[in-house]
Write a protein that binds this ligand. Structure first.
Ligand SMILES: Nc1ncnc2c1ncn2[C@@H]1O[C@H](COP(=O)(O)OP(=O)(O)OP(=O)(O)O)[C@@H](O)[C@H]1O
Ligand SMILES: [Mg+2]
Length: 394
C-alpha cells in the first residue's frame, strides 16, 4: 500500500487497574460495569479501561479529559513507568511489554522522553547541566554533551542563560529547560503530561507556539496531555477525549467540534473558544465575481450585475491578486471619469488559509469588502466575508 500511515505507537485494548482484587474487578469491568461500581464492589480503581489508539509519526496526538479520567496513566504506560494490567503497546510494530531490562533502558534513553508539569529539574545544576544530563547518563563524550545541549538551549530560546541556576529562572524558562532536556536525547517521541498547566496564560501561549515550531522543525512525534480544550485544539493533529478511563472519541479538532460523539464531548467543546478551532480555510468561499485585469469594464459590470454583488476581485493571468474593483468605481470608468487601472483598489485586506478565525476578528470588523485569502505568492485562494467570520463563532 503506497499511502500507508507510518504508525509509531499502537495502543491496543490497554487497561490499568489499581488495587488488590484486580482479577474479579477486571471481569466485572469487561462485562461493562461502570468505574464507580467496580470501585464500590472491589475497592479497585479502573484508571484506564480498554483504550486503543494509534499515533502517527511526526504528528501531535493530544489526550484530554477531566481530572481522574486516566490521561496520565495512559502516558505512563507508554514508557512503562506503569505496567498495564492488560492490553498491548506496540512501538514501531514491537510490543514494549516484551522488552528485557536492557532493551527497556535503551528505549527510554533513545526513543522516548517525558516532560512533566512539575519541571523535575535539578536545582544544584545550571541550565546547561540540566539539559546535558540525559546525554551524560548515556555516556556521551563531554564535548558532545555540551554541543548538543547548547543546540537545544538555543532552540528553545534560552541562549545566554546556559550558566544560570534553575532558581534564577521564571516558570516559563524552567519549562523551556525541561523541553530542551527532553529534546537533547533526540528522542523519536516526546511525552508531555500537562507541561504548560502551571504557567500563566500569556507564557503558556508562547510555549504552545514554541512547541509547534520546534515540532515542525524537528519533526518529532508528540503525545500531549491537557485538560484545556483550547490547548488541545491548538496543538493536536488528533485529539482523544477520555472519560472514566475510556476514550470516548478520537478525531481532528474540526471533526470533533463539528461532530461531537456525546454530551460529555459537547460540553468540552462548548467551553472552547471556537475561533481557535476553525481557521480561514474552513470558512472561505470562492469569490462570486472574479475578473482579469485585461477584462474590460463592461464585462466587470455585467459580472457584478449577474452575481448581485457590489465589487469584483481582480486577478492577473496567474491568478495573483491585483485588487478590488468596486461597483461605483466601475460606473465612473464607464462614464469616462476614471481609468480602469485607477479604479482598482489596491489596499485590500488579506489573510492566509491557516489563520485562526479569532485572529481575524478585529480585521473583519473594519473590513469594507470581504477579506482576500492569498498564499505566499499572492495567489487568490478565496474570500471570507465579515458575516462568515462572525457566524462561525456562534
Ligand atoms: N498510583 C495510583 N494508585 C491508585 N490509584 C491511582 C494511581 N494513579 C492514579 N490512580 C487513579 O487512577 C485514575 C486515573 O488517574 P490519572 O492520574 O491517570 O488521571 P488524569 O486524567 O491524569 O487526571 P489529572 O487531570 O488530575 O492529572 C484516578 O481515579 C486516580 O485516582
Ligand atoms: Mg494527570
Amino acid at each position: 500500500m503506497s499511502n500507508k500511515k507510518d504508525i509509531i505507537f499502537k495502543i491496543k485494548n490497554l487497561s490499568k487497574l489499581y488495587g488488590a482484587n484486580k482479577i474479579p474487578a477486571f471481569e466485572m469491568m469487561k462485562n461493562g460495569s461502570e468505574k464507580s461500581d467496580v470501585a464500590r464492589k472491589y475497592g479497585v480503581t479502573v484508571a484506564v479501561n480498554d483504550v486503543s489508539f494509534e499515533v502517527e509519526r511526526g504528528k501531535i496526538f493530544v489526550l484530554i479529559g477531566l481530572s481522574g479520567s486516566g490521561k496520565s496513566t495512559v502516558v505512563r504506560c507508554l514508557n512503562l513507568l506503569q505496567k498495564p494490567t492488560s492490553g498491548d503497546i506496540l512501538f514501531e510494530g514491537k510490543s514494549i511489554l516484551k522488552l528485557n531490562k536492557k532493551e527497556l533502558m535503551e528505549f527510554r534513553r533513545y526513543k522516548i522522553s517525558m516532560v512533566f508539569q512539575s519541571f523535575g529539574l535539578m536545582s544544584h545544576r545550571d541550565v546547561l547541566g540540566n539539559v546535558a544530563y540525559g546525554l551524560e547518563v548515556r555516556g556521551e563524550k563531554k564535548e558532545i554533551c555540551q554541543t548538543k545541549a547548547m543546540d537545544m538551549i538555543e532552540m528553545v530560546g534560552l541562549k545566554g542563560w546556559e550558566h544560570k541556576r534553575i532558581s534564577e529562572l521564571s516558570g516559563g524558562m524552567r519549562q523551556r529547560v525541561g523541553i530542551a532536556r527532553a529534546l537533547a536525547n533526540n528522542p523519536d517521541v516526546l511525552l508531555m503530561d500537562e507541561p504548560f498547566s502551571a504557567l500563566d496564560p500569556l507564557v503558556r501561549r508562547d510555549m504552545q507556539f514554541e512547541l509547534l515550531s520546534i515540532q515542525k522543525k524537528l519533526n518529532k512525534t508528540v503525545i500531549f496531555i491537557t485538560h484545556d480544550i483550547n490547548e488541545a485544539f491548538k496543538l493536536g493533529d488528533l485529539v482523544g477525549i477520555m472519560k472514566d478511563g475510556k476514550i470516548i472519541q478520537i478525531d481532528t479538532p474540526e471533526g470533533m467540534a463539528s461532530n461531537p460523539a456525546d454530551e460529555y464531548v459537547e460540553n468540552f467543546i462548548n467551553s472552547a473558544d471556537k475561533g481557535q478551532i476553525y481557521s480561514v480555510k474552513h470558512i472561505m468561499q470562492t469569490p462570486s465575481c472574479l475578473i482579469h485585469s485585461r477584462d474590460g469594464v463592461n464585462y466587470a459590470l455585467k459580472q457584478m450585475r449577474d452575481q448581485g454583488v457590489s465589487s469584483a476581485y481582480v486577478v492577473d493571468d496567474n491568478l495573483r491578486l491585483v485588487g478590488i474593483l468596486p461597483l461605483d468605481n466601475a460606473v465612473k470608468v464607464k462614464a469616462g471619469e476614471l481609468s480602469f487601472q485607477d479604479a482598482i483598489t489596491k489596499d485590500v485586506l488579506t489573510t492566509e488559509e491557516d489563520v485562526y478565525i479569532s485572529d481575524l476578528l478585529s480585521v473583519a470588523a473594519t473590513a469594507k469588502y470581504p477579506i482576500a485569502v492569498i498564499d505566499k505568492e499572492n495567489h487568490l485562494k478565496g474570500i471570507v466575508s465579515k458575516a462568515s467570520v462572525l457566524s462561525s463563532l456562534v
